[in-house]
Each structure stands twice: as structure tokens, then as C-alpha cells.
Design a protein around this ligand. Structure first.
Ligand code: FES
Length: 107
């Protein structure tokens, strides 16, 4: 299991778990994490799984695709350098302990 920490807008930390190869959105849902809507079902076309990735881990992760980059222009809260779509991130072992910041809204 890979341990994840989801930081809610009020500072509350929710623990999550993932298996290697699972998307971050799927892991969040299975872990009962609040704040992810994921309207398109993980297809990268709705922008409602927006999150901010801990900058220290961001450098180790693969870059967003052209499609993800385009969709990030339409998320509900400001796009930052560490903005990603949770449905497009595949969790891997090296992400153990990753902190994911959940925005205060997805619409
Ligand atoms: S679930 Fe729709 S973009 Fe991620």
C-alpha cells in the first residue's frame, strides 16, 4: 500500500491509500476523501478532480499531457504550478507519503 495525505481547505488531513498503478482519483474515492467530484468519470474532460500536488513530489512525477494541460485552464480554483488532475495521475511507489491539497471547490 502507498500512503497518501489529502489536505482539505480547512487544514484537516485525511489519510488515503493507493495501490501501485491506481489513479489518484480512484485512490481518493476508495479512501473516502472529500472534495473530488470527478464528473467525467476520470476521462480528463471535466476538470472537477483538480488538486495541488506537494511541490517536492511534483518534480519526480511525469509532466501533464497536452490534454491535461488544456483542461487545467478550466478548473474552478486558480491554476498553480502544482495543479494537476487527480484522474490523470498514476500513483507509484515513490509517491509514498505524498501530500495532495484539495481545492475549496470544483465548480
Ligand atoms: S474526473 Fe474529470 S477531469 Fe478528472
Amino acid at each position: 500500500m502507498i500512503q497518501l495525505f489529502f489536505i482539505q481547505p480547512n487544514g484537516a488531513i485525511q489519510d488515503g491509500r493507493a495501490v501501485n498503478g491506481q489513479t489518484l482519483l480512484s485512490a481518493a474515492r476508495e479512501s473516502g476523501i472529500d472534495g473530488f467530484t470527478g464528473e467525467c468519470g476520470g476521462n480528463g474532460t471535466c476538470g472537477t478532480c483538480h488538486c495541488y500536488i506537494e511541490p517536492e513530489h511534483l518534480a519526480e512525477m511525469f509532466e501533464p499531457s497536452e490534454e491535461e494541460n488544456a483542461m487545467l485552464e478550466f478548473v474552478a480554483t486558480p491554476r498553480e504550478a502544482n495543479s494537476r488532475l487527480a484522474c490523470q495521475i498514476v500513483v507509484e511507489y515513490f509517491m509514498d507519503g505524498l501530500r495532495v491539497y484539495v481545492p475549496d471547490r470544483q465548480f
